[in-house]
Design a protein around this ligand. Structure first.
Ligand code: SF4
Ligand code: SF4
Length: 138
């Protein structure tokens, strides 16, 4: 199964070879969707983890034991249909196919089930029609 996480690295954990350890110790493939980590500073990484459910649970516990803060459901993507002009630009940056625009209608379609909430589409929209709505329970 796949799980999307936002990892917050404290300063003393940025050197950890996270993707290597996940692969070797837990047989989990980690696809980095977005990363903002500078050497010797705290940082944030958005990853998609793929693997067995038990291994995913164990890997998350290991990550937290290393001092990382995990955000499992930071919110959801919302498209403002009033602003959107169906230009399709956002579909080119979407890694999961959640955003699509195809014939014959050429209208933007959003499949929330496929969305990884990687946020790559947000800055791609020239009309600021895409937003991240935070989960009120977080
Ligand atoms: S956040 Fe945007 S770019 Fe990322 S998967 Fe969802 S729709 Fe696609
Ligand atoms: S980039 Fe913005 S305006 Fe263009 S299709 Fe996507 S949401 Fe709509």
């Amino acid at each position: 199964m796949k799980r999307r996480l936002t990892l917050h690295f404290p300063r003393d954990a940025v050197h950890l070879p996270i993707t290597y350890r996940l692969a070797v110790d837990f047989d989990i493939a980690a696809k980095i969707l977005r990363a903002q980590i500078a050497p010797n500073q705290s940082g944030t990484m958005v990853v998609e983890l793929s693997g067995d459910i038990d291994e995913l649970e164990a890997a998350e516990a290991w990550l937290e034991a290393q001092g990382l803060a995990l955000n499992r459901a930071p919110g959801q993507i919302v498209i403002d249909r009033e602003r959107c002009v169906d230009c399709g630009i956002c579909t080119s940056v979407c890694p999961s196919g959640a955003l699509s625009c195809s014939a014959p209608a050429w209208q933007l379609a959003f499949d929330a089930q496929r969305c990884l909430v990687c946020e790559q589409c947000i800055p791609s929209c020239p009309l600021a029609a895409i937003a991240l709505v935070l989960d009120p329970n977080q």
